[in-house]
Design a protein around this ligand. Structure first.
Ligand SMILES: [Zn+2]
Length: 253
């Protein structure tokens, strides 16, 4: 994503206001502001700024920077996470009702969950982890400094998901959880799964997932059923602090 290509502007006539207003749309990622990009899903927040038409010439993106950044800070805060021991992490979540699915509040909840997941460095976040007993999670794979070769996937919202097929073949790999800070454990999971869910565009999806993507789905969908990854561990001796994990397990990988 580079530079600031020409701004997309729309002249709009609005009753009871000045005859014309320009509507400018910006996207914000990590407090950096971009004009309307081709791939909107990459971004944390979308902001529309209205300007009286006569100010068109003096309109410069920099004039809005501080305003937009303050909007981001106000609107997109990192959600508080529930921690291991909280009963909500041990409860079965309820399906998201159809009446809630299309509301602005629900869309906003998804955006805030994605924002929170990214800011705290997670690859998935389930609604019980932010104190909501709903069958909803967000998932994403992004390359990281320690894993630069990861192929980007998502972010997507998985609403009312259900795993309909598990491969018999399993693979054990290390997992951590935003609700169990600074702890890692080795967890066997199915190598591949088939999962059904509704996405944020209300489309019903059936998806085959494998590898890390399948592991993330299994971990997050477990959260919706009151299961945390330590319940899936077969060798509790591998449970260790992050500091020990970095000393021991990372070297052996
Ligand atoms: Zn987790």
């Amino acid at each position: 994503m580079g530079g600031l290509p020409c701004l997309r502007r729309q002249a709009r006539r609005r009753r009871g206001r000045k005859p014309f207003e320009l509507s400018q749309e910006y996207c914000v990622r990590s407090s950096k502001i971009y004009s309307w990009p081709s791939n909107r899903r990459e971004f944390d927040l979308f902001v529309r700024v209205r300007q009286p038409a006569e100010k068109e010439d003096s309109c410069r993106l920099s004039l809005f920077d501080s305003l937009l950044i303050s909007l981001v800070q106000q609107k997109m805060k990192i959600l508080q996470r529930t921690q291991f021991g909280n009963p909500i992490l041990r409860s079965k979540s309820k399906n998201v009702p159809a009446s809630f699915l299309k509301t602005p509040q629900f869309k906003r909840l998804i955006k805030q969950m994605i924002y929170t997941m990214r800011r705290v460095g997670g690859v998935g976040l389930a609604a019980p982890q932010i104190g909501k007993s709903l069958n909803l999670a967000v998932v994403e794979i992004r390359p990281t400094p320690t894993h630069p070769n990861l192929k980007k996937k998502g972010p997507i919202a998985i609403i009312n998901p259900r795993i309909v097929r598990y491969s018999k073949a399993t693979i054990a790999d290390w997992e951590g959880c935003l609700s169990l800070k600074n702890v890692r454990g080795n967890v066997p999971r199915s190598k591949a799964i088939t999962v059904q869910y509704t996405n944020e565009k209300w489309e019903k999806i059936t998806e085959k997932a494998e590898g890390l993507w399948a592991k993330i789905f299994q971990h997050e969908i477990d959260h919706l059923n009151g299961i945390v990854y330590v319940d899936r561990m077969t060798d509790m001796k591998t449970l260790m602090t992050l500091a020990e994990f970095k000393k021991r397990a990372v070297k052996k990988r």
